[in-house]
Design a protein around this ligand. Sequence first.
Ligand code: FAD
Length: 401
Amino acid sequence: MEAGSVDKLANLAAVPLWYGLGLAACAVLLLLYQVSKSCIAGIKKGIVYMYGCVHLHSPLRLGIIGTTTRGRFVAWGLFVIANGVGMCLGPNNTTAWLVRSARMASMNFFLVACGGKLNYLGYVLGAPYSLAEALHKWAGYIGIVQATVHASIAIALKKPQDLWTDAGFLTVAGLVALAVLLSLKNKMYETHRFIHIALAIFIFRGFWVHSWEHLRPQYPITCISLWGSGFLLTKAMQLYRMAVGTGYAHIHVTHFQGAIQLRVETRRPSEFLPGQFFYLCMPRAHPFAFLQSHPFIIAWWDGISGEGTKTVYLLIQPRRGFTSRLLMLGHAISYRGFLEGPYGKRLRLDDYGTVIILASGIGIAGVLPYIKDLLLGFNASKAKIKRLHLIWILSAEGELG
Ligand SMILES: Cc1cc2nc3c(=O)[nH]c(=O)nc-3n(C[C@H](O)[C@H](O)[C@H](O)COP(=O)(O)OP(=O)(O)OC[C@H]3O[C@@H](n4cnc5c(N)ncnc54)[C@H](O)[C@@H]3O)c2cc1C
């Protein structure tokens, strides 16, 4: 091979780094977008207009992905393509593939380390809950495939004697187990959560040892720093909210046919927006409830918009776990609870003349604040709404009382 082409290939070794820088640049752009939102409202309107023009909000139903929007599908496609390019561009022998797959997997694990909820990090970057969850999941899946490619090449090249003592192999085995166990999530959420956390610690330990063995400690250090900063930021905000009296609440439980209403009263008032939700921890619900927190959308709140309120209401449909225990709590009694959030992004509907809202079952809780907001906006001549259609689908007569 000519010296020039060898140089070119050597330069391509930096592709995973460019991929990582690309991800970081996206985060910086999101942050700039968030900042510019408050400074230049016009920029945002332009972006929203362009976004609307190409119908990126239109729903799309695809077998393996489920229901999504065109915009999300395009973003997901670009993410997969970026990974494909990152994996394929450059390596021309098995050793180069070995290094490349390890680097690409590490870059994706940086995203995974930001956490499934992203919490305040996501809040600051304006990432909605579903996007943060999807990024965690898809960066994880793709990272697992890349790590498996890396492990397969390593085994083929080095033919190690005892795989089960090798930190790298154990890491990949842990990753595969984690992906397989995801099927438990909907059936046994809490059990799955504990196994997921335990496996994540096991995987991180293996990743740490393996990276130090290969003199690449920067990868696990970056991972733990990203995870740690998100975690600390979230905990610091929680402590701050507790200190100022908005992270701790008295919760009044009311049951009505088939549903539960929680009246949440904080010590200090805060302002709320449609689309926001809390993670609620109610230690009295059952013996292990202090280890759990569940997301619930704010269905409505007392007081007038812009003035802040101490009282918000949550509407809950009992399922099998924590929510079913709420049914066993004394009716109309007050309990202590801890709130994390509010998180969630408000959709701006003020510019639309006709709004059609679809809600199914308890999903009505999420749309009530939008309906109130639109009506208040209409009365104050701030919203262009002329027609509002609400379609509420209930599986049985009398569902939710
Ligand atoms: C952003 C958001 C807002 C929500 N708002 C409401 C609301 O206003 N009213 C309402 O009734 N429900 C709401 N939910 C759903 C609610 O969080 C779950 O029904 C509740 O956590 C179930 O608790 P459980 O222990 O009884 O669940 P289980 O009976 O153990 O599981 C039932 C389902 O809930 C999911 N689930 C369980 N725990 C959690 C958790 N901590 N986080 C996310 N999903 C979980 C499981 O995957 C499963 O699919 C919301 C969910 C999200 C993600």
